[in-house]
Design a protein around this ligand. Structure first.
Ligand SMILES: [Zn+2]
Length: 322
């Protein structure tokens, strides 16, 4: 062996940065896979903050991506309460809330910052790992899933955390997601939250009615799709917007307009086509675009006045529905 350690390349702008979460550097963790399937000869040195360094020392895994995922899951768990702030409040609501007493006022002042810091750390993607300029093979992020602006390491991890956030029994949320599909996590949460009831029988009945509902939807889908035509529109004509902290991407709106999709109902019917179209870019992209579009259409439907007079794309929607 010529070197005792292999150091990953650290781009200039990331010197002094934790690869896992973006916090200031504390020490490098020497990672050796365990079990060592690939017969890696020397440990890989990864720059860590103090907290991630501590996490790393308790984790035994066979690969770097698994190590990253385990560290992220530990961060999620440790900062669970902070991450839930974003699901329970908007920044404006929190600022307008009338918490009284020293402790509660303190919460109000710091809560949003705590949420943002925790979110940035769990979402932090690191920089591409290379050693002497050569990419480290086999690192994957394809199991990651994003919901409401927060990245989870896998669907199972998302369900585990979201069940806690929305106070839904986890096995029930798992069942609902299995029925509606991972692309409709928001729908699954809304459904599960309002139907989990009090007994296993009630939950079983809800799952049956959900299956029936989805079966009806898919029967209606083909004829409705045929009856709505899309329009020709240039991507540059479309404006992106941010609603409830979620960015609605022009690419997603472009897809909707060119496919004649202008309502939540139509979007649900065309969900499969949407994902087929954007999946090649990455699951995260497809999911993020879909989520944005849902939020956008929800706002257009709930606030018709906003849709008619303030939506930056109102002229395009008017052209389509004329
Ligand atoms: Zn860190």
């Amino acid at each position: 062996m010529t070197t005792a350690y292999q150091s990953i390349d650290v781009p200039f702008e990331f010197r002094h940065t934790c690869w896992f979460c973006g916090e200031p550097y504390f020490e490098s963790y020497a990672f050796m896979p365990s079990p060592n399937y690939e017969h890696q000869a020397a440990p890989v040195l990864l720059p860590c903050c103090e907290e991630c360094y501590g996490f790393c020392r308790t984790i035994k895994v066979s690969g770097l991506d698994l190590l990253r995922d385990k560290v992220k899951e530990k961060l999620h768990r440790k900062y669970e309460k902070h991450l839930q702030i974003g699901a329970n409040w908007t920044q404006e609501e929190l600022a307008a809330s009338e918490f009284e007493g020293k402790a509660l006022e303190g919460f109000k002042e710091s809560a949003w910052t705590m949420f943002e810091i925790a979110k940035e750390r769990v979402n932090y993607a690191g920089w591409p790992l290379t050693i002497d300029g050569l990419p480290i093979a086999g690192l994957t992020s394809r199991f990651q899933i994003e919901f409401d602006g927060i990245v989870y390491t896998s669907l199972a991890h998302a369900i585990e955390q979201l069940a806690k956030t929305y106070v839904i029994p986890q096995p029930y949320l798992e069942q609902v997601v299995e029925v509606v599909g991972r692309q409709r996590l928001g729908y699954a949460i809304r459904f599960a939250k309002t139907t989990y009831g009090y007994s296993d029988e009630e939950r079983a009945a809800s799952i049956v009615s959900l299956k029936n509902l989805l079966a009806e939807e898919s029967e209606l889908a083909p004829q409705n799709a045929a009856s709505t035509g899309g329009m020709v529109v240039d991507l540059a004509e479309i404006q992106s917007l941010i609603i409830a902290r979620i960015q609605v991407m022009p690419q997603a709106i472009h897809w909707a307009l060119t496919h004649g999709v202008t309502t939540l109902h139509q979007l649900a019917e065309q969900e499969e086509a949407f994902f087929e179209y954007f999946m090649p870019e990455s699951e995260l992209v497809a999911f993020t675009y879909f989520n944005g579009l849902q939020v956008y259409f929800e706002k257009r439907e709930n606030e018709p006045e906003w849709a008619a007079s303030q939506d930056p794309n109102r002229a395009l929607f008017a052209r389509l529905t004329d």
